[in-house]
Design a protein around this ligand. Structure first.
Ligand SMILES: [Zn+2]
Length: 339
């Protein structure tokens, strides 16, 4: 089969399109014929070696997978069923798994990060990770769903407790997660502030958010304070990390909460401890989400309320170009690869 692999960490030119052996499946596994695989920032951090994985090299990236069941051992879905793949492999036995909080499982592995993923014509995954689809939109678009929708639902709804009437600042509203978070927050009934890096993206983001600021040219904490009568926002969603951490805390109102599930710009952040306690702030850490979060957000996709925003679709062989586009932040929404 054709696949994109890297043999060593480094820049996008380390990605090589080549012939690989088709994966073999063990008991409880299915072979999926990949229809599409979406890019995530995690792919870039893994390829560069910034975030470490136990996967051996050469490695096949790709966490967000949709395709068709080609073969299975122990599953009961008819061959050819269109499926979406829940991205986390968990033990199924620990207290976290048994209480439906499998994203807290301490032996959690991400498909495409710890194991070979969807930058290929075929991928093997546990049958219990398959979610059969009756596609209401083109199957490839569902590749935008597993990581971003699951993570954002868990962050805003389950962990963040976002409520109607609250205000929220979401950094990078043009990212895959940003396009989901801004619209989900609007569906909840929140007033949504977001940031983008260009005038062109600002026009697009205005369709989803009430207030759009430029995070390069604007003083975001000052703009947020001005727009809220000096009060600040109830919630900030920050997955940017070092570059925005301090500003996020400044944007919060008294009693505000900051939610974080990533740090694409770096993992160190300062906290003004006095401001933190005198303002009664809360920082909520959250990682990925559960199958239930995925199913709930998928329902909104099916009902036409939260359709994936697709920036572009590249043939698998052009994965390098797709990575460079993401690294240069020239995208709005998801970038997909198609074998
Ligand atoms: Zn577990």
């Amino acid at each position: 089969m054709k696949a994109v692999v890297y043999y060593e960490h480094g820049e996008a030119d380390r990605l090589i399109y080549e012939e690989r052996d088709k994966p073999t499946i063990g008991e409880g596994e299915a072979l999926i014929k990949v229809e599409a695989c979406a890019l995530n920032r995690l792919d870039i951090l893994a390829r560069r070696g910034v975030v470490k994985t136990t996967a051996t090299l050469p490695h096949i990236l790709g966490v967000d997978i949709v395709g068709y069941v080609e073969e299975q051992k122990g599953g009961n879905l008819p061959i050819g069923t269109p499926v979406l793949v829940y991205s986390a492999i968990t033990c199924g036995r620990c207290p976290a798994c048994l209480s439906g909080r499998e994203n807290r499982c301490q032996s959690l592995k991400m498909i495409g990060f710890h194991t070979d993923g969807g930058y290929a014509e075929y991928v093997n995954v546990p049958v219990r990770n398959l979610i059969p689809l009756n596609p209401k939109i083109p199957l490839e678009e569902y590749a935008a769903v597993p990581v971003d929708y699951t993570t954002v639902w868990h962050a805003l709804i389950e962990r963040g407790g976002l409520k109607v009437g609250e205000s929220i600042l979401i950094w990078a509203g043009g990212s895959g997660a940003g396009t989901v978070a801004t619209r989900l927050a609007k569906l909840v009934g929140a007033t949504v502030f977001t940031t983008v890096g260009s005038a062109e993206k600002a026009e697009k983001a205005k369709r989803f958010a009430d207030h759009v600021f430029n995070h390069y040219s604007g003083d975001v904490p000052r703009l947020v304070k001005e727009a809220t009568g000096g009060r600040g926002v109830d919630v900030v969603l920050d997955y940017i990390g070092s570059a925005t951490w301090k500003k996020s805390l400044e944007c919060l109102s008294v009693g505000g909460r900051m939610i974080t599930f990533g740090g694409v710009s770096g993992f160190d952040g300062d906290v003004d401890i006095r401001a933190f306690y005198t303002k009664h702030l809360t920082i909520i850490g959250t990682f990925f989400g559960t199958r239930l979060d995925l199913l709930k957000s998928l329902e909104l996709v099916e009902r036409g309320l939260l359709r994936p925003v697709i920036d572009s679709i590249y043939p698998l062989k052009d994965a390098r170009s797709a990575h460079i586009k993401m690294e240069e932040s020239r995208h709005f929404g998801k970038i997909l690869l198609k074998p």
